[in-house]
Design a protein around this ligand. Structure first.
Ligand code: KG4
Ligand code: ZN
Length: 346
């Protein structure tokens, strides 16, 4: 089947996007950095949950097994063929190197075969740009990227002018969620489970510490709260006290979200910016969304967030980023390599 070309303007760009940086095998077809024709995700959660976290070697193997099928499905769902594709976008950094390489090599092969541009995209930038799918956001805006591997606070002045203002000095916020969930025996990934359990708990039950670091600082630290929760659980067990899991979840969440919301809104206030966006797996958290919305309403700030499917890893956000990189002339050559750790810089 072929794309209905009548609907497309002459300069319209159709991007086939691939994302394999961690444990989701993803492909999407995105038109003009906005219109998601399809977004297919093969989650590896069932594979990794038996180990309580992502096993990199297993993740790479599973990407190899699934990626071609996922790409075929994305083309089929979008009702387009490879001949309709104008560019191939792919995440090359940061992430698990073995996992990234699977997507990168497949994307190189497709781009080479089609004789179309290859666009290598940064994973964190894609989490920011996920916001553009469903929202029209004016620049500048402050963006909090909170995921399993990252907790970054950015000032976004333009598509290619993004300033890092703060980041975690130790654990990522999603990592803290996952570790606390593991300590409570709740399963993997912990974020969505804690989110749900916390709704039934009392957030004032346990006064976990808030990690503010220095005044006016936009960096974060989440290793302390993880230890505080573990200490609380150990002491309660030793004293034979009842542990109300829902209360632990709600109190943990209250402690970390208060800091995320306050630092994000403080940055917006300090810079006189009236727009805040969030992205990454933890931006799916209902309490974070509620609290950020409340704080933004109080301060006259517009608040944006992606729908659930575009918060956690997906290739639609890669298709958006690749489109803007393409417009800026940022085309990769075939020597581009996967990079495990790479700051987002312009
Ligand atoms: O963005 P993502 O899919 O992968 C990375 O780039 O890391 O984020 C995954 C993380 C996991 O730590 C997961 O527990 C967390 O996002 N997460 C959540 C929620 N949904 C996913 N954390 C809190 N609340 C949620 N509802
Ligand atoms: Zn991610």
């Amino acid at each position: 089947m072929s794309l209905n070309t009548k609907k497309m303007s002459k300069n319209s760009k159709l991007v086939l996007a691939v994302e394999t940086s961690c444990d989701d095998t993803c492909c999407a077809i995105v038109r003009d950095g906005k219109e998601v024709l399809s977004s297919v995700i093969a989650s590896q959660i069932d594979l990794h949950k038996q180990f309580g976290g992502v096993v990199p070697e297993e993740a790479s193997r599973m990407h190899i097994e699934k990626l071609s099928l996922v790409i075929d499905k994305a083309l089929e769902k979008a009702d387009v063929s490879l001949d309709d594709i104008d560019a191939v976008g792919v995440t090359y950094a940061p992430g698990l190197v073995g996992a990234l390489l699977v997507g990168l090599n497949e994307a190189k092969a497709i781009a080479f075969a089609l004789k179309k541009p290859l666009v290598a995209t940064h994973h964190i930038k894609s989490h920011i740009f996920a916001n553009f799918i469903e929202n029209d956001i004016d620049f500048p805006f402050v963006c909090l990227v909170a995921s399993g591997g990252h907790t970054h606070l950015f000032e976004v002045n333009d598509y290619d002018d993004i300033k890092l203002k703060g980041q975690t000095l130790d654990d990522a916020i999603g990592e803290a969620y996952d570790k606390v969930a593991r300590a409570l025996g709740l399963g993997y990934p912990g974020g969505p489970i804690i989110d749900k359990m916390a709704k039934k708990g009392d957030k004032t039950a346990i006064d976990f510490p808030r990690s503010w670091l220095k005044k006016d600082e936009y960096n974060f630290s989440f290793s302390g709260i993880k230890s505080a929760v573990l200490n609380y659980l150990n002491q309660a067990k030793m004293k034979g006290e009842e542990i109300v899991v829902e209360d632990v979840c709600a109190s943990f969440q209250a402690a970390v979200i208060e800091v995320l919301v306050k630092k994000t809104t403080n940055l917006a206030k300090a810079r006189g910016i009236k727009r805040i966006a969030i992205g990454g797996g933890v931006s799916a958290n209902s309490y974070l969304r509620e609290e950020m919305q409340k704080a933004c309403d109080e301060q006259g700030i517009d608040f944006y967030y992606p729908s659930m499917q575009y918060c956690t890893d997906n290739a639609a956000m890669v298709g958006v980023t690749a489109y803007y990189e393409l417009l800026a002339g940022n085309v990769a050559d075939y020597s581009v390599n996967a990079i495990g750790t790479l700051e987002l810089s312009n």
